[in-house]
Each structure stands twice: as structure tokens, then as C-alpha cells.
Design a binder for this molecule. Structure first.
Ligand code: M6R
Length: 358
């Protein structure tokens, strides 16, 4: 049940440290990972990767594709419903189906196409015994615990972490890839994530920041690099539960069109964490000059004074991991905005937890 919580979504946001402990348990060993269902050598023959997923799971897949590319493997995340024009797929292709429920029709259909083309397939899912887990060659469970709210929260965070471990396994196995030099630091940051989320949850000011922006005409989210999928995810969550106009953009794209939408009635959530946060700060400044209201989601110690109207701080950690903490702030922003507007948070209109038709 919901216990002392008013909504499952809020409970599930708070459950992220525990969900992450489940995702990580027994799987990290110094600078290596141990995935029992995917032993060393599983991916020796793989030289490129496709990830297929919908909605929030697509954003997790997009984040993972960046890690794979960094490991030297060509990797592309596809929206599962757009996967019909298969790129060349054969036994050297790994197709990763990312789906919390394991029942999403578009994702299952993409997986079936991949199988027909003889790809190697892995399911990344939360639900034991789900259709995807029965159909894929192998399954990596995210072990986040059941998620009831239609808005995916803890499962997004756990999916990104599980995919990070999978990336490490693929990079270690594949002759075409190289394991990142900072593997030990990266994996240690993943292991420290549950505590970092706890710190953030104990200190967040997301409620008062959200309240200050309720009623704006539009809510935009920008980020680059790993923070780009986080911007897309922030906007999806926001529109899903607040019913307000929200869009996520790559920071660098603002001046190629979206800036025309910006007015003093717009709020811009700028993701300033990660290696390229300073560049996004410049983009936020450009929007600020056109009158936009800026909420900075920024690391401790970053000076944002001249640009940001409000700041949501994020604890310091590895630059490729910190975006997950920024995302927790955005989950809370969506929740409190929807709450302020009196929305049906756990069951938004027109949506279902699992979409079993194409
Ligand atoms: O169960 P899945 O991960 O396959 O679901 C995919 C999407 O339907 C899902 O992530 C949807 O976008 C969420 N409601 C977003 O919060």
C-alpha cells in the first residue's frame, strides 16, 4: 500500500535508494561487474548494439547508448515503434529491449524483428517472468521492486544503472570495445548512488521551487551529453502528470528554433550537472536574455547567480552518474507541480501503466 504517502509516485521517488540497492546487490566487484545471467564472454561476438524501448525506457536506452559509444561500440537507441526499418542486423548485433513492465507491445514487436534477423537479444526489465523475459535470449532484471504509479520513477533510475552494468559487461567482452579507463571510479559512483539520492531527498527544495512556477504557459527542459536524455525524461514526466505543456531539448538546439517559443511566461529547467554543464549555463543565459524564468539544476558550488531565478542543488559525484540525481530533482518538480494543480497523479488521464497494443 501507500503507507503514509498520499500517492504511490511520491512513495516510489523516496524508494529509489532501496530500489538502487536491489539493482546493484552483488553485481559490482571493484573495477568489474558480475552479472550472473550474463557470464564473462557472453558478448564476445558483438560489434554493435541497438537499444529498443518506449517512453521513459527509451530515455534510459538513450543514456546507455552514449556509454556504449564511449566504449568504442557503435550503438543506437531506437524508439521501438520506429524500429521497422532495420539497419543491417545479424549475429554480431546485440539488441537490448528495455521495458519496465516487459509487456509493451511496440518493444516486443521490435524484439521479434531482431530475432528474425538473428540478432543476439537481451531484455532489461523489472518484471520477473514477463513476456520480454521469456522471449529474449537473456534477461537482466533491474530488481527495483514493483512500481504502481503510471509515471515511471524508480524504474528509470534502476534501468540506467542496470544498463551501465550491462555496458561494462559488453565492453569487457567485445573485441570491438574498450572498457573505460575510469571504470573503478565510475562503478564506485554507482555504488554510492543510493546514499547520494538519500542526501538529495533529505535536502531538496523542489516543492517551493515548483510552487513558484505553477501556471506558466510552458515548461522547457534542457541538457547536453548525458543530461540530454534527462531533459527529455524531465519533460515527459512533467507533461504526463501535470497536463501542462512541457518539452525537452538538447541545450545547443535552443537557438535553432525553440527560442522563438520563449516568453516571460515560460520556465526553463536547465540541467547544469555533468561535464558540459557550463555550456548549458550559457544557453540558459541566452534564454534568460529573452525573459525566460530559469530554474538551475546545478552541482554544489557552481555559481549560477546571474542566470538562475531558483536553484536545485545536486550532490557531487562522477559526471556520467550525476544526471541521475538531477533527474530525481525533476521527478519531484513534476510531482509537486501536479500536486499543486490537483491532478490525478498515480493514474493520469488517457494513460495506462503498460501499453499492450501497438
Ligand atoms: O513498461 P515499459 O518500460 O515498456 O513502458 C514504456 C512506456 O510506456 C513508459 O515508460 C511510459 O512512458 C511511462 N508512463 C513514463 O512515465
Amino acid at each position: 500500500g501507500k503507507g503514509e504517502y498520499e500517492h504511490f509516485m511520491r512513495k516510489e521517488i523516496d524508494a529509489q535508494p532501496e530500489a538502487l540497492r536491489g539493482t546493484l546487490a552483488g553485481r559490482v566487484d571493484g573495477d568489474d561487474v558480475d552479472l550472473d545471467t550474463l557470464p564473462d564472454g557472453t558478448f564476445e561476438e558483438i560489434d554493435h548494439v541497438h537499444l529498443v524501448a518506449c517512453g521513459t525506457s527509451y530515455h534510459a536506452a538513450l543514456a546507455a547508448s552514449r556509454q556504449l559509444v564511449r566504449a568504442g561500440l557503435p550503438a543506437t537507441a531506437y524508439r521501438a515503434s520506429e524500429y521497422h526499418d532495420l539497419q543491417p542486423v545479424d549475429e554480431s548485433t546485440l539488441v537490448v529491449a528495455v521495458t519496465q513492465s516487459g509487456e509493451t507491445a511496440d518493444t516486443l514487436s521490435a524484439l521479434r524483428r531482431a530475432h528474425e534477423a538473428d540478432a543476439r537479444t537481451v531484455a532489461v526489465t523489472n518484471v520477473v517472468g514477463s513476456t520480454v523475459s521469456r522471449e529474449a535470449d537473456d534477461t537482466l532484471y533491474i530488481r527495483a521492486g514493483p512500481e504502481i504509479g503510471v509515471a515511471a520513477t524508480k524504474t528509470f533510475t534502476s534501468q540506467v544503472v542496470a544498463l551501465s552494468l550491462l555496458t561494462h559487461r559488453v565492453a569487457s567482452d567485445s573485441a570491438a570495445a574498450t572498457v573505460r579507463e575510469d571504470a573503478a571510479e565510475f562503478l564506485a559512483a554507482l555504488e554510492a548512488l543510493p546514499e547520494a539520492v538519500e542526501d538529495l531527498l533529505a535536502t531538496t527544495e523542489a516543492r517551493s521551487v515548483s510552487d513558484a512556477h505553477i501556471g506558466r504557459d510552458a515548461h522547457f527542459f534542457i541538457g547536453r551529453d548525458f543530461e540530454y536524455p534527462v531533459a527529455l525524461e524531465g519533460a515527459l514526466k512533467f507533461k504526463e502528470i501535470t497536463y501542462e505543456h512541457a518539452e525537452g531539448f538538447a541545450s545547443g538546439e535552443l537557438k535553432h528554433g525553440p527560442l522563438a517559443l520563449v516568453t516571460p511566461e515560460t520556465t526553463l529547467y536547465a540541467l547544469l550537472t555533468g561535464d558540459r554543464g557550463e555550456e548549458t549555463l550559457k544557453n540558459a543565459e541566452e534564454a534568460k536574455a529573452r525573459g525566460v524564468n530559469v530554474v538551475a539544476v546545478a552541482p554544489e558550488g557552481m555559481a549560477v547567480g546571474g542566470v538562475a531565478d531558483e536553484v536545485l542543488r545536486v550532490p557531487d559525484t562522477h559526471p556520467d552518474v550525476v544526471g541521475l540525481l538531477a533527474n530525481v530533482q525533476l521527478q519531484l518538480v513534476s510531482y509537486y507541480t501536479a500536486h499543486g494543480l490537483g491532478r490525478s497523479i498515480d493514474k493520469p488521464r488517457n494513460l495506462a501503466k503498460s501499453v499492450t497494443v501497438e
